[in-house]
Design a protein around this ligand. Structure first.
Ligand SMILES: NC(=O)c1ccc[n+]([C@@H]2O[C@H](COP(=O)([O-])OP(=O)(O)OC[C@H]3O[C@@H](n4cnc5c(N)ncnc54)[C@H](OP(=O)(O)O)[C@@H]3O)[C@@H](O)[C@H]2O)c1
Length: 310
């Protein structure tokens, strides 16, 4: 089968479109004929070495997939050959014509979404959902600030917070204002004009999808007694957080589940959530998709489609 693979860590130029052995499903896994796979910052953070070296080389990137079950491994109950599924692999491998995925991290593809749209969902939407509704314990009527609102996680977070009854403040660059308001933001802060620590709005809950060395700045946009949930790694000084009585959560990366994917699928099929695709690339051009993701100026999600399959 054809796949995107790299043999050394580095920039997008290390990505090779090449023939690799087709994986076989172990017990509890599905072999999926991949129709689309989305790009997450984790893909290039692992590729570049920024996220450490826990994945052995050569390595096929790609966590999120949507496709068709080719074969169900022993004990992968609940799935049959030919079924359309979406979900997350256990350790990458999605930028390929076939990938294995734990059955416990797969569910029926949302019927209303194309494979490209469905592949955009798992990691980003699950992260936004868990951070806001579980870790952040969002309550109706609260003000929620989404920092990095135009990205993969952020654009789902805006919609999920709105549906949960929050007043949403989106933080992004000005060119993204109109579509983020359409998705549910009632206030908009252009961080290129007004730094987030000078936000005129104080949130009960802030979701930080930006992180970095300036994480602390977000504390000033949270009410005393409020919560800040980072999904990206950032610097949040415990002293500054304590002085402002803001509870800062940890960055969590729990595995996705069939149940979570099924709940998300129901939201998309009911029209309560939508996917915004920034761009779609054929598999052989995955390096362009990684380049675009790394540029950090996307709107929504970047997807890779398997052009060689009917
Ligand atoms: N914990 C987890 O399980 C988990 C899961 C998924 C992702 N993550 C992490 O969460 C972070 C976000 O992921 P993502 O997929 O949403 O990334 P993404 O789609 O690549 O985000 C790009 C967006 O960030 C915005 N942005 C860049 N600098 C900004 C700033 N200073 N202030 C506000 N917005 C800014 C850009 O919008 P503008 O053009 O408007 O600036 C762009 O739309 C990444 O670090 C990722 O690794 C963690």
């Amino acid at each position: 089968m054809m796949a995107i693979r790299y043999h050394e860590r580095g920039g997008p130029e290390v990505l090779r479109y090449e023939r690799v052995p087709r994986p076989s499903p172990a017990a509890g896994e599905l072999l999926v004929r991949v129709r689309a796979s989305s790009v997450n910052p984790g893909d290039w953070q692992i590729r570049s070495g920024l996220a450490g070296d826990r994945f052995a080389l050569p390595y096929v990137p790609g966590w999120d997939i949507s496709g068709v079950v080719e074969q169900a491994g022993e004990g992968a109950a609940g799935f049959r050959e030919g079924e359309e599924v979406y979900g997350m692999t256990a350790s990458g491998g999605g930028h390929a014509e076939y990938a294995v995925i734990p059955a416990a991290q797969a569910a029926c593809k949302p019927k209303s979404l194309s494979h490209a749209e469905a592949a955009a969902v798992p990691m980003s939407a699950f992260t936004a959902w868990r951070a806001l509704l579980e870790q952040g314990a969002l309550r109706p009527g609260e003000t929620v600030l989404v920092n990095g609102a135009a990205g993969g996680v952020g654009h789902f977070a805006v919609q999920i917070a709105k549906r949960a009854g929050a007043k949403v403040v989106a933080v992004a660059s000005g060119r993204n204002e109109a579509w983020l308001r359409e998705l549910g933001a009632v206030e908009f802060l252009d961080y290129t004009e007004v730094p987030v620590d000078r936000s005129p709005w104080r949130a009960d809950l802030a979701l930080d999808a930006v992180g970095g060395p300036d994480g602390d700045r977000l504390l000033a946009a949270v009410k005393p007694g409020g919560r800040l949930v980072p999904v990206a790694f950032g610097v949040y000084s415990p002293d500054k957080a304590a002085a402002r009585s803001v509870a800062v959560g940890e960055v969590l990366m729990p595995p996705i589940s069939t149940d979570a994917l099924a709940r998300l699928a129901a939201e998309f099929d009911a029209g309560r959530l939508r996917v915004v695709l920034d761009s779609v690339y054929p598999l052989r051009d995955a390096y362009l998709a990684h380049e675009r993701s790394e540029g950090r100026r996307l709107r929504g999600k970047i997807v890779i489609e398997m052009e060689t399959l009917a």
